[in-house]
Design a protein around this ligand. Structure first.
Ligand code: UT7
Length: 335
């Protein structure tokens, strides 16, 4: 992204979020699986996660967007585009974005879903940024929303206790001040990682059948150890790369906003960047891994906690299924 070649910068002008009320704590998993609170906390950093009991991802996304519109005093009729990053859409089609558009009455908007797993929010932010920078759109809502509980095998201790449900959204608007907003991003996809983290059935390759259900193929499969290794390197490398590319030193960065898959991956990334723990947004203990929703949930909570100031340099970073990974440099634009 060349700053000087654009007329507008895409600035986050508001945040919204929703997490369902029902909490599953580590004790619950002790009661259903061969695991324990100590292992989960020390190996992952997770203490609890939320679960949506009724409805699909569109329920979570709608509530997060309603919160966003209310807190920014935005008329739904003024929304131009809704982009929803999710791997747990309500259904294959129509897009969850269409369901949310209807729920909120955004009668002038178009929208679409974007599938990039844990990097989904970064990829969606880049899409939204391009729409704003083009000058064609003025209000783009970017959402990360997941009902991960709908694709988890609650008999598999390797996966089910890692993930949770939640949604968060940001509003992107144009600014002629090019020194605030999204400054740069580095995004990557490497499909050779497809065998380490996937959901086998339910798509066109293995449509739902008695066999796919009997074989428990409609759930997340993860080779945790393999993903851990590439995630640590991938997220750290791409975060350092964006710092160097933009001439940022550790002390220039107000916050690292990392994807929340495992506290050990977050710590390793921060360490490589030379960023102290107090400058890293962390809420994995409360929500677990909400896939596309982790980064916007961090943005929403830390902003509302008064942690971000206008002009702050933030580095967003993610790694996930695909593989997909990326980093984004944002200068916070709200007072
Ligand atoms: O967000 C998308 C990208 N995903 C990620 O970034 C996740 C990356 N992977 C991870 O976060 C970690 O690999 C896990 C948290 C999934 C697993 O942690 P680990 O340190 O890699 O554990 P492991 O699979 O190497 O297992 C270590 C030990 C094993 O026992 P032995 O063989 O050492 O006796 C496992 O059987 O821990 C055992 N174990 C468990 N024990 C209690 C594995 N799962 C559990 C469990 N409770 N739930």
């Amino acid at each position: 992204m060349q700053k000087k070649n654009k007329l507008y910068s895409a600035v986050i002008t508001g945040v919204g979020m929703y997490v369902p009320e029902k909490v599953l704590d580590n004790k619950y998993f002790e009661s259903i699986l061969d695991t324990n609170d100590e292992w989960i906390r020390t190996r992952t950093g997770i203490s609890e996660r939320r679960v949506l009991e009724e409805g699909g991802t569109s329920v979570l996304a709608t509530k997060a967007v309603e919160d966003l519109l209310k807190s920014t005093n935005t008329d739904p009729l003024d929304v131009d585009v809704i982009i929803i990053a999710t791997i747990t859409p309500d259904m294959a089609f129509p897009a969850t974005a269409a369901l949310v558009q209807d729920n909120i009455g955004a009668k002038n908007a178009w929208g679409y879903d974007l599938s990039a797993a844990c990097s989904g929010f970064l990829f969606a932010m880049q899409s939204g940024t391009s729409l704003i920078e083009s000058g064609q759109y003025k209000k783009v809502v970017v959402v990360g929303a997941e009902k991960m509980s709908s694709i988890l095998d609650y008999t598999d201790r390797n996966t089910c206790l890692l993930f949770g449900d939640g949604a968060a959204a940001v509003l992107l608007e144009p600014s002629e001040d090019l020194n605030i907003g999204v400054q740069d991003s580095i995004l990557r996809t490497d499909g050779s990682g497809k065998d380490a983290l996937f959901m086998k059935a339910g798509g066109s390759l293995h449509p739902a059948s008695h066999e796919t259900v009997d074989n428990r193929e409609h759930f997340v499969y993860q080779d945790g150890k393999a993903v851990f290794k590439v995630a640590v390197k991938g997220m750290a490398d791409i975060s350092v790369e964006i710092m160097e590319k933009n001439g940022l030193k550790s002390e220039d960065i107000a916050y690292l906003v990392p994807h929340q898959a495992n506290l050990r991956i977050i710590d390793a990334t921060a360490k490589r960047m030379g960023i102290p723990p107090e400058k890293v947004t962390i809420n994995i203990a409360k929500y677990g891994n909400t896939t596309a929703a982790t980064i916007p949930l961090c943005l929403a909570e830390y902003y509302r906690d008064g942690k971000f100031k206008k002009g702050d340099n933030l580095i967003l970073a993610a790694f996930g299924a695909g593989y997909t990974w990326g980093s984004m440099h944002i200068v916070w634009g709200i007072d």
